[in-house]
Design a protein around this ligand. Structure first.
Ligand SMILES: [Zn+2]
Length: 196
């Protein structure tokens, strides 16, 4: 008689905690087997974000577990580098620290580029004051000024923030141009690189 019931898979946090507890760190192969992509525990990172993704990333860097580092990096967009402790930076090492810094900077620049491209001008628009371009530039200026262009801006927040511009517009053509521009920014943001 074969056993068909599936055993519960512990979370990655649990596994890493156990790894540390039982000094498995001394045996790189054991850790690699624990968190390699073929192991269900690795998939848990995708299904359920680790509770302490920065620690998981540092752990991956420390043991050169590239696949785990890549997967975990998708959960690190909200990391504030200025508050990262020396201990965490030392644990992940210069290579993985550099990759993380590059990812976060690239995401920020990507969003900036998307926003700084003005929407197309509606030629001969009847609305002379408060044109779409002016309203757009004003909104982007405010986002920049408020330090809201971050690597972790949720797409819903981005859509809502830019959507407010539409309430100032009276011209239907300008509203359509705005909607198309917002969709372009959202698509660009969704396609921006998410992992190291
Ligand atoms: Zn118009």
């Amino acid at each position: 008689m074969t056993e068909t019931s599936e055993k519960p898979v512990p979370s990655l946090d649990t596994l890493l905690s156990l790894a540390g507890q039982y000094c498995l760190a001394a045996n790189g192969n054991a850790i690699t087997r624990l968190v390699m992509p073929a192991n269900p525990a690795h998939d848990n990172v995708l299904l359920e974000p680790p509770k302490t993704p920065l620690d998981v990333y540092a752990f991956a860097g420390q043991h050169n577990l590239a696949d785990l580092a890549v997967t975990t990096s998708a959960h690190l967009h909200a990391v504030r580098l200025s508050t990262m402790s020396d201990d965490v930076a030392l644990r992940m090492g210069p290579v993985y620290l550099h990759r993380l810094v590059t990812l976060l900077m690239e995401r920020e620049r990507s969003l900036e580029r998307l926003l700084l491209q003005n929407p197309p001008t509606h030629k001969n628009c009847a609305q002379k004051l408060g044109s779409l371009t002016d309203a757009w530039m004003f909104a982007v200026f405010n986002l920049l000024g408020a330090d809201q262009i971050r690597p972790d801006v949720p797409v819903g927040v981005l859509r809502d923030t830019l959507g407010v511009i539409g309430t100032e517009l009276r011209c239907e053509t300008c509203k359509l141009l705005l909607d198309a521009k917002i969709q372009q920014v959202v698509d660009g943001w969704l396609n921006t690189r998410r992992t190291i």
